[in-house]
Design a protein around this ligand. Structure first.
Ligand SMILES: [Mg+2]
Length: 273
């Protein structure tokens, strides 16, 4: 019996060796670190519902602020991030999966953005148009860098999907830094900022820009009262500074060492019976 099993094992081994590199490539493709996160982004109704939830909450806060506004107060405004907050790049992530890429890839992103294949996140266009209808201005603050045309691309993305205030006064693209705080403070000098929307803690405050997983969590806990009131946060399981906190890099190379690091992060706490 044992020798029969051994023979079967040897046959299986020989078969898999005979399959050669294509079998190896298939295994690598199926072990892609992005698959679960991108499948969720592409298919889960729950993912879309979270955006409706976020925008419904933002609208409640806006209505509350409008009801409490007194004459002489600063005008109301909303500040929002762009990618993964109001714009969806599903098609880009699908491309990465088909090309066996395990992490956000800047070079592909820079080729993809000018194609303008974004879609609007559920509830986003309605919320911002509602804000406009109530006289509330919207400021878009994003860090992107696709060269000299970065601003034009972003403006084109927003205009083609029907976002209001898509103009030079309301759209800020930070090519050199992901620090949004100076621009946010400048806006707050002239407006009462009701809510800020983002998919990355760093969209709200620069203090979250740290490379330590536990420290990030601790800083977030300090502001727990602000989530759902001043800060409206969107889900993003594929990229962002939570990735940077694990790897020290927002776009880590897909090396075996980084695969091991991701596995370690996923089993940070694990049942040991
Ligand atoms: Mg974003």
């Amino acid at each position: 019996m044992k020798s029969l099993l051994n023979t079967a094992r040897l046959t299986l081994l020989a078969g898999s060796l005979a399959l050669g590199t294509s079998a190896h490539a298939d295994t690598a493709a199926n072990n892609n670190l992005l698959i679960s996160a991108v499948a969720w982004k592409q298919t889960a109704a729950e993912y879309k519902a979270l955006y409706y939830q976020a925008y419904n909450l933002a609208r409640m806060q806006l209505d509350r602020a409008l009801a409490g506004q007194k004459s002489g107060d600063k005008p109301l405004a909303v500040i929002t991030d762009i990618d993964d907050t109001i714009l969806n790049a599903s098609n880009y992530w699908g491309y990465l999966i088909n090309n066996g890429q395990d992490f956000f890839d800047d070079a592909v992103w820079d080729r993809w953005v000018p194609r303008n294949q974004f879609t609007a996140m559920p509830g986003a266009v309605d919320f911002f148009n509602y804000a406009k209808s109530r006289g509330v201005e919207v400021f878009y603050v994003s860090s992107r860098d696709q060269g000299d045309k970065t601003f034009d691309y972003a403006l084109g993305n927003l205009k083609s999907l029907g976002f209001p205030y898509a103009d030079a006064e309301h759209v800020t693209i930070l090519r050199e830094s992901s620090n949004k705080e100076p621009k946010q403070n400048e806006i707050a000098q002239h407006y009462n900022v009701v809510v800020m929307l983002g998919d990355n803690l760093n969209d709200f405050r620069r203090k979250y820009y740290v490379k330590n997983v536990d420290e990030r969590t601790r800083l977030m806990e300090e502001d727990r009262e602000l989530f759902g009131s001043k800060f409206i946060i969107m889900p993003n399981p594929t990229d962002g500074h939570w990735i940077r906190a694990i790897f020290g890099d927002s776009e880590p190379p897909a090396t075996d060492a980084n695969r091991a690091k991701f596995r370690e992060a996923a089993s940070k706490s694990a049942w040991q019976p």
